[in-house]
Design a protein around this ligand. Structure first.
Ligand code: AHZ
Length: 308
C-alpha cells in the first residue's frame, strides 16, 4: 500500500504517544516560508484529540476536589480569582463559567459603549495588572472595557493554580448538614451548559460534582443562569426570599456592595451583582469600581473562611 504522510513521519500508532521515525523528521518537514513553500509539522488527527482529552479529563479528575470554586467569570469573579490566586498560590482555585466566552458583562462599558469607568480607589487593580487609564479625578476611564477584561482574564488563566471550566454551568449546590446540625454549602453540581439548558426536553442527564470548603458565587443579574445561587438558597430554605436588585444609585450601591460582600450562608460567599439580587440593594449601572472591590473583598472572605 502507498506510504501515507503519517507512515512517513511516525511509528505505527501503538496507542501511546506517536514518535517521529527519524530524529530530524520534524525539522525536515517544517518551513516558515511565505513564498508558497510553507510546511507544517505533520500531525495525526488522533494526536490532536488525545492532546485535548487527556488534559481536560486529568484536570477535571484533579479538580473534583478544589479549595475554592468561583461561580461566574465576570468582572467580580475574575477579580476575586486574581486576588486569591496571587495571594495563595497553594490553593486549587476552580472557576466555573456558564458561557463559552468568559468575562460576563465587562467586555463593554455601558449601553454597548467601549469605554469603561472605574471609581477610585478600585483603579488600584488597574495599576497592579498594568491596564492604562485616563485619570479624571474621582474616577478613571479605560479606553476599552475589553482591554480590562482580556488583561485580567489572561493574568488569571496564566496562574498555575487556577483552572477555568467554561461552557459549564453550576446547576445546583451540594448542601450538607455539619456536625452541629447546621446546613453548609460544601460544593457545586455542574453540567455542560448545553446540557443544563436542555433538561426540559431530554431526560436523565445527570450532572457532575465538585467538592470544596469555600464557594464564591458571582453569577450576576437575575436571568436564565444569573443570580443562580441566590435563587437556589431560597428554594433550599437558606434564604427567606430574594431581595431583588433596587433602582440605580451609584453613590449608595458601590460601597454597599463592597462592604456587604460576605459569607451569606456557611461555606458560601456572594459577590458582585448577584449580591444585590440577594440583599435587595441598589444597582450601580456602568461603573465597575464596586465589582472590583467586591471581588477583592470576596477573596479576603474566602481566606478568612479557609483559615477559620
Ligand atoms: O455567564 C455568567 C457571567 O459570565 C456567569 N454565570 C451565571 N450563572 C452561572 C451559572 N454557572 C456558571 N449558573 C454562571 N456561571 O456568571 C458571570 C456573571 O458575570 P456578570 O458580568 O454578569 O456579573 P458581575 O456581578 O461580575 O458584574 C456585573 C456588572 C454590572 S451589572 C450592573 C447593573 O446592572 O447596574 N452594573 C455592573 C457594573
Amino acid at each position: 500500500p502507498a506510504q501515507t504522510l503519517t507512515d512517513k513521519f511516525f511509528e505505527k500508532d501503538s496507542g501511546k504517544q506517536l514518535k517521529p521515525n527519524k530524529a530530524n523528521a520534524y525539522e525536515d518537514s517544517v518551513a516558515e516560508n511565505y513564498n508558497g513553500k510553507y510546511r507544517f509539522a505533520p500531525i495525526q488527527e488522533a494526536e490532536v484529540s488525545r492532546a485535548m482529552i487527556k488534559r481536560y479529563f486529568k484536570t477535571l479528575y484533579d479538580r473534583v476536589i478544589s479549595d475554592v470554586v468561583i461561580i461566574g467569570a465576570g468582572s467580580s469573579g475574575l477579580t476575586c480569582a486574581s486576588q486569591l490566586a496571587s495571594t495563595r498560590p497553594d490553593l486549587k482555585i476552580t472557576i466555573i463559567e456558564a458561557n463559552v466566552a468568559p468575562g460576563g458583562g465587562a467586555w463593554l462599558g455601558g449601553q454597548l459603549m467601549t469605554a469603561m469607568v472605574i471609581r477610585k480607589p478600585a483603579h488600584q487593580l488597574l495599576q497592579e495588572i498594568g491596564v492604562p487609564f485616563e485619570d479624571e479625578g474621582a474616577y478613571v476611564v479605560v479606553k476599552h472595557a475589553a482591554l480590562f477584561t482580556s488583561t485580567l482574564l489572561s493574568r488569571v488563566l496564566a496562574m498555575p493554580n487556577v483552572v477555568m471550566m467554561n461552557a459549564t454551568a453550576v446547576e445546583d449546590l451540594i448542601i450538607v448538614e455539619d456536625y452541629a446540625g447546621q446546613q453548609r454549602v460544601a460544593g457545586v453540581v455542574t453540567n455542560w451548559t448545553l446540557v443544563a439548558l436542555s433538561h426540559d426536553t431530554q431526560s436523565c442527564m445527570d450532572p457532575n460534582t465538585i467538592t470544596c470548603p469555600v464557594i464564591v458565587s458571582a453569577t450576576g443579574h437575575d436571568g436564565p443562569m444569573g443570580a443562580f445561587t441566590a435563587k437556589r438558597l431560597v428554594s433550599a430554605g437558606l434564604l427567606k426570599e430574594l431581595g431583588n436588585m433596587r433602582g440605580l444609585d451609584m453613590n449608595r450601591s458601590e460601597p454597599t456592595m463592597v462592604n456587604n460582600t460576605r459569607e451569606v450562608a456557611p461555606g458560601l460567599i456572594m459577590a458582585g451583582m448577584e449580591l444585590s439580587e440577594h440583599d435587595g440593594s441598589n444597582r450601580m449601572g456602568p461603573s465597575f469600581g464596586g465589582m472590583i472591590g467586591s471581588g477583592i473583598k470576596a477573596a479576603h472572605e474566602a481566606l478568612r473562611v479557609l483559615e477559620s
